[in-house]
Design a protein around this ligand. Structure first.
Ligand SMILES: [Zn+2]
Length: 216
């Protein structure tokens, strides 16, 4: 497991898919989570980008939600994008989405979101929660910032998605990749250390980084 190429991406090893798994995915076509065709096409494009880098998973679209491990919904009224991580999708009941998008995926930022949530589907966690990142937060400022629109996150959501460190056992490798698609954008004054991010904020490119492309 000490393969250097595995250094950067972070994942819950207990929720990792077995190499060679075919993940079936399906879009909601009616009801609250109905996915417009343009948005579904953006997600299809993101599946293709992940697949093109030669990951050990395959993706196959199916037309029945009940036949899909990965059930994708869209709701701008909910306005949040989130996904279960890796095999955790199997714990979600078959009539519910495992992955929801809450904003337009056809913009450059949205394209990053589409890739990010599929990273979770594949088993990847947030890079800023990598215990090896060495990030010290201005915690109150983080809670305050995420509580504001457009996020409106409560204390627990912010802790779970940002401040909570994963354990070393949940991580493969020992390096942090600030350019990862699994890294968030942070405004200045949220990260205390490393100092450069306190001053300048952190703006990942929103595309698959070199290390993302070597996952897992
Ligand atoms: Zn995420």
């Amino acid at each position: 497991m000490a393969d250097q190429r595995r250094a950067a991406a972070i994942l819950s090893t207990n929720s990792k898919w077995v190499n060679g798994t075919v993940l079936h995915y399906c879009f909601f076509t009616g009801g609250h989570f109905s996915v417009p065709k343009t948005q579904a096409d953006a997600v299809r494009g993101s599946f293709a980008k992940w697949k093109a880098i030669g990951i050990g998973l395959d993706f196959q679209e199916v037309s029945q939600l009940s036949e899909a491990e990965v059930r994708i919904g869209y709701s701008t009224s909910d306005g949040s994008s989130a996904s279960s991580v890796g095999r955790d999708v199997l714990t979600i009941s078959l009539n519910e989405p495992t992955t929801v998008y809450g904003w337009d995926l056809t913009t450059p930022y949205g394209s990053g979101t589409a890739l990010h949530e599929l990273g979770h589907v594949m088993g990847m966690e947030h890079e800023h929660q990598n215990p090896f990142a060495g990030i010290k937060w201005h915690e109150q400022e983080v809670y305050d910032s995420l509580a504001k629109p457009p996020n409106g996150w409560d204390h627990e959501t912010t802790f779970h998605n940002i401040l909570e460190k994963l354990t070393p056992q949940q991580v493969q490798g020992s390096a942090w990749d600030p350019d990862s698609i699994m890294e968030y954008e942070f405004e200045p004054r949220l990260i205390d250390e490393p100092e450069q991010y306190d001053t300048n904020g952190l703006t990942p490119p929103g595309t698959l980084s070199a290390a993302d492309k070597q996952w897992p």
